[in-house]
Design a protein around this ligand. Structure first.
Ligand code: CA
Length: 225
C-alpha cells in the first residue's frame, strides 16, 4: 500500500511516517498542496492523508481538485480545526474519514487500516475477479484455492489490476509501481509481464484487455466475451 501524506507540521509528519513505515506501508510525504497534486498526476497511491491547513493551497482545495479529476482514492483528512463546518465541508467534498488533531498514532493506524479494507474490499479482505482471488492482507493471489505461482513483479502487477478491476490502469502508473519495487525496468518489461500474465490467467475467467494509448484493464470474462 502506497500512501501520500500531505502535512506541513514536521514533528507530526515524522511521527506519522515512522509509525506507518513500521507497519509496512510505503509513504511519500510533502508539505505542499500544489506538489501533492503534481504527485497524484504521476504516481499511483492507494490512500491520501491530507492536512487542511497547508502553506500554499488549502487541503480542501486539494480534495476538490482530486474529486474534480474523478480520482477516487480514499482520503483521510487531518485538521487542527475542531470545527463542525470543516467536517461537513470535508465530507461534502468527498473525504472518506476525518481525524481531529491532536490524535493518537494508534488511532490513525486503525483508521487507515479500516479505510483500506472498506475502500478496496468492502468488509472483506478478499477481492474476486473471475476465479481469481486477492487477499489484500497478505498479498496472495489464488485461483480455486490454489496459490498462483508467478514472479514478484507479475504479482505486483496483477495485484494492481485486481484492486482496480473494471478500470483502466495507466501504463505510467504501472511502471511507477514496478520501478518502486527496486528492479530496473526494461522498455518492454510491462508488455512482457502482461503477456505472461494473460497466458497464466487463461483458465480462470479473468482477462486483461489492452486499452490502446491508455493502459490495461482486468475484468471477468463473460460468456462470448
Ligand atoms: Ca497544517
Amino acid at each position: 500500500m502506497n500512501i501520500l501524506l500531505v502535512e506541513d507540521d514536521p514533528v507530526l509528519k515524522n511521527g506519522i511516517t515512522h509509525a506507518l513505515q513500521k507497519n509496512g506501508y510505503k509513504l511519500t510525504s510533502t508539505d505542499s498542496g500544489n506538489y501533492a497534486l503534481q504527485l497524484l498526476d504521476v504516481e499511483d497511491f492507494d490512500l491520501i492523508i491530507l492536512d487542511l491547513g497547508l502553506p500554499d493551497i488549502d487541503g480542501m482545495q486539494v480534495l476538490r481538485n482530486l474529486r474534480h479529476q474523478k480520482i477516487a482514492l480514499p482520503v483521510l483528512i487531518l485538521t487542527a480545526r475542531d470545527d463542525l463546518n470543516d467536517r461537513i465541508e470535508g465530507i461534502k467534498q468527498g473525504a472518506d474519514d476525518y481525524l481531529t488533531k491532536p490524535f493518537d498514532l494508534g488511532e490513525l493506524e486503525a483508521r487507515i487500516h479500516a479505510l483500506i479494507r472498506r475502500c478496496y474490499a468492502g468488509f472483506n479482505t478478499h477481492i474476486q475477479v473471475g476465479q481469481l482471488s486477492l487477499d489484500t492482507q497478505n498479498h496472495e493471489i489464488t485461483a480455486n484455492n490454489q496459490l498462483i505461482t508467478i514472479s514478484a513483479r507479475e504479482t505486483a502487477l496483477l495485484e494492481m489490476l485486481i484492486l482496480n478491476s473494471g478500470k483502466v490502469v495507466c501504463k505510467d502508473r504501472i511502471s511507477q509501481r514496478l520501478a518502486a519495487s527496486g528492479e530496473a525496468l526494461a522498455d518492454n518489461a510491462i508488455e512482457v509481464a502482461i503477456h505472461r500474465l494473460r497466458k497464466r490467467l487463461e483458465p480462470y475467467q479473468a482477462i486483461i484487455r489492452t486499452v490502446r494509448g491508455l493502459g490495461y484493464l482486468l475484468e471477468e470474462e463473460t460468456n462470448g466475451g
